[in-house]
Design a protein around this ligand. Sequence first.
Ligand code: 5CA
Length: 437
Amino acid sequence: MRMSVFFLPTLKETPAEAQIASHRLMLRAGMVRQTSAGIYAWLPLGHRVLRKIEQIVREEQDAAGAQELLMPTIQPAELWRESGRYDDYGKEMLRIKDRHERDMLFGPTNEEMITDIFRTAVKSYRNLPLNLYHIQWKFRDEIRPRFGVMRGREFLMKDAYSFDTDAAAARRSYQVMFLAYLRTFARLGLRAIPMRADTGPIGGDLSHEFIILAETGESGVYCDPDWLTLDVLTDAPGYQDDLNPFFERYTGIYAATDEKHDPTACPVPADQLVSARGIEVGHIFNFGTKYSEPMNARVALADGEQVAVHMGSYGIGVSRLVGGIIEASHDAAGIIWPAAVAPFKVGLINLKPDDDTCRSLCEDLEGTLAMGGDDQVLYDDRAERAGVKFADMDLIGLPWQIIVGPRGAKTGTVEVKNRATGERQEVETTRALDLVA
Ligand code: 5CA
């Protein structure tokens, strides 16, 4: 991609309305544009990151055995009357009437709809366990949308729903998702802390929030320092293993506390805890038959007995994660993308686009890099001052920069800069390609 044609409306000034770093940086880097309070258009740079996060979330859900489907954003009110939540949900639910005066709503979550889909299709224990998920826009008319995409009114969520014949099987489905969440956040370059949580309007008796540490977070967290040394991607069990010991170890120790440590809820002694603030990026619930009973979602067991299915639901804030990752990874100059979610891997800066040697060297590098895919290189071929180019490239935070100037270009030498460490090296072009590979 060439910057001269890429739609990247960066801002030089810091937008006054943005209170936290991620909101400021997303606006300045031309990732999003607010269209109404708490509602955003995703511009090409932001959209690339959103899609990458979405894809990692999807791959880990698939690996855990969940199956993707896609439910609509608009739902009929009847389903919510059946569960009893139509009135309970209050003003956060955006209620709509269609031309026939039928009550509809923009879905804030999908427990009712998935239970309806399930009950019309599944009648036997033989079809269980089952876990269905989708990645779809939700709407919650938050009273105070703030911090950009972190607390929006419209936001992208992955929500999965598990169905099991009994409480023990449902607990296993919960453990599988718990593990999938740890793996997902680790792949995104984040350390997420699972914290016992209240179940709130979703209901149930077992729930965890996944919190990433950031000063600007809205949640208070206490964390066992042991957690901070666990390497989820290598130390955690596989989905086929006995998940119980791991689950007991890592779900027993995180307190459902907010501002102060409660020793009755948290088994870890106060002096072994780290206290911090964090951002909730995921929330999982095991709520048994809370929806299946009133909505009559039953299966026949082997002996013919009809039982209400045990359910769980599992949410990840996909659009919130974009802001969350920036909160966890930025500096004074801008964003520092973890490689897995970077909109492009390399920013190629041509300091003198009207110089033939610079241009042909850059075009060679661009061509070679682009063979790896359309997310490999963003080529700054604009006729701008060097200072502007450096500032923009630091702001948008691509993991690597390759800087081509007229002096080096004559001898085939370029500068490679690592955005995270700031380290710079003058190297030959082939070596530059190795470094960023
Ligand atoms: N039905 C359940 C699980 S699928 C549910 O809706 N859970 S939730 O309410 O906790 O939302 C799941 C995740 O969506 C949260 O952990 C958070 O990361 C994200 N989320 C919730 N509200 C917002 C919001 N207003 N803006 C951005 N992300 C949000």
